[in-house]
Design a binder for this molecule. Structure first.
Ligand SMILES: Cc1cc2nc3c(=O)[nH]c(=O)nc-3n(C[C@H](O)[C@H](O)[C@H](O)COP(=O)(O)OP(=O)(O)OC[C@H]3O[C@@H](n4cnc5c(N)ncnc54)[C@H](O)[C@@H]3O)c2cc1C
Length: 345
């Protein structure tokens, strides 16, 4: 047990995961007057919906005849606006400690500390972790001059940057970082890019203006000393020839995999590699820690967004008693409660 610390964020609930279920939980908890802080390793909200199928139509959200993964995310973000949640992206929820006062202290890998009486795990399929490129001898450069995500934009200011990849993440960062860097190269193994057309068009505009040099090539080698990149060797897809591109920083986007990550070390009862919960409150084996969405397991669990939304409502009622032990919970409908209408106005 540890003592409550100062200089930390204090909220009623700290939520791990800003996927659709974590976002809707902010709403359900907000209706009961509970304030939330949300942590996600990704650089944006939406979890699988935004990362894996932003453009695909989802057809089984009640009353939404058709909504894309991104539209659903955008609408959930609008729906939780009245509750002003604190959202921290690019943060891995790392360690969890029980405090003497019974609350929890969650620390992220980037040093953010949140204390709350309730922890809600909405970690879905796990934290998104970047796939590493198969380039021999790249380990010494990792997190020194080679990165797999943009966790702090300042790192890239004034750099001679080489971005590898052909999807949305690679091209989004070409656009976002282009004004910040000294020079920029984009390397993809095909001439066609998989990003949304508008982003591809904007990248081509930068190319036409000489602000980014595009290479259709493989990357056989990264060169440098003491973790500092000096150049990257490319193998042209057109000619098969090797050539070096001078740069000091590299960002590689080779897709993401999902891993359970640090949550596995939090001492919770697990079932089939997911967190075991009851179906009354979706509480885990540890009082005050709840789990909903794809990461929870109970008899009959279906990995569907609508199941996660249902779990959010029941979880919120269970969580309320930890956050407001002296208060009685009043069940109310949004249609008829002026109190709830006031909160949502
Ligand atoms: C291709 C595809 C199509 C699908 N189609 C449908 C459909 O039509 N209808 C439907 O209902 N469902 C569909 N699903 C399933 C649906 O996407 C999931 O049920 C839903 O995303 C689960 O939401 P979630 O919030 O529980 O988890 P997720 O969406 O997985 O979000 C979890 C978030 O938690 C974060 N996270 C996890 N651990 C940590 C940590 N330690 N620190 C920081 N962040 C962490 C992750 O980065 C992630 O952003 C589909 C899934 C896929 C892959």
């Amino acid at each position: 047990m540890a003592e409550a610390g100062e200089g930390t964020i204090k909220k009623d609930v700290v939520i791990v995961g800003a996927g659709p279920v974590g976002l809707f939980a902010v709403f359900e908890l907000g209706l009961l007057g509970l304030e939330c802080c949300v942590i996600d390793i990704l650089d944006r909200p939406g979890g699988q919906c935004a990362e894996l199928y932003p453009e695909k139509p989802i057809l089984d959200i009640p009353s939404r005849l058709k909504v894309t993964g991104q539209e659903l995310t955008d609408d959930l973000m609008k729906q939780i606006e009245p509750f002003s949640p604190v959202l921290h992206f690019n943060q891995m929820a790392d360690s969890l400690t029980k405090l003497d006062n019974g609350h929890w202290r969650l620390t992220t890998d980037m040093g953010i500390v949140v204390e709350a009486p309730v922890v809600l795990i909405a970690g879905g399929g796990g934290s998104f972790t970047p796939k590493k490129p198969k380039i021999e001898g790249i380990e010494p450069f990792e997190n020194k001059s080679l990165y797999y995500a943009v966790r702090q934009m300042e790192i890239f200011k004034g750099k001679n940057l080489l971005i590898a990849g052909g999807g949305d993440s690679a091209l989004d960062w070409v656009l976002a970082l282009n004004p910040e860097v000294e020079s920029m190269h984009l390397v993809h193994r095909r001439a066609e890019f998989r990003a949304v057309q508008d982003t591809v068009d904007k990248m081509r505009e930068l190319e036409a203006n000489g602000k980014v040099t595009v290479h259709v090539a493989d990357i056989p080698r990264v060169n440098g000393t003491d973790g500092q990149i000096e150049s990257v060797t490319l193998k042209s897809k057109e000619t098969g020839e090797d050539y070096d591109v001078e740069c000091d920083t590299m960002l590689a986007f080779y897709g993401l995999t999902m891993k359970l990550g640090p949550i596995a070390e939090w001492g919770l009862n697990m079932d089939s590699n997911r967190v075991a919960v009851d179906t009354e409150k979706f509480e885990t084996s540890e009082p005050g820690i709840f789990c909903i969405g794809d990461m929870c397991e109970y008899p009959g669990k279906l990995k569907l967004i609508l199941s996660g939304f249902h779990e959010s409502a029941l979880m919120a009622h269970g969580a309320f008693h930890y956050a407001r032990p002296d208060q009685k919970l009043k069940f109310q409908h949004t249609t008829s409660s002026s109190e709830l209408q006031g909160k949502l106005a």
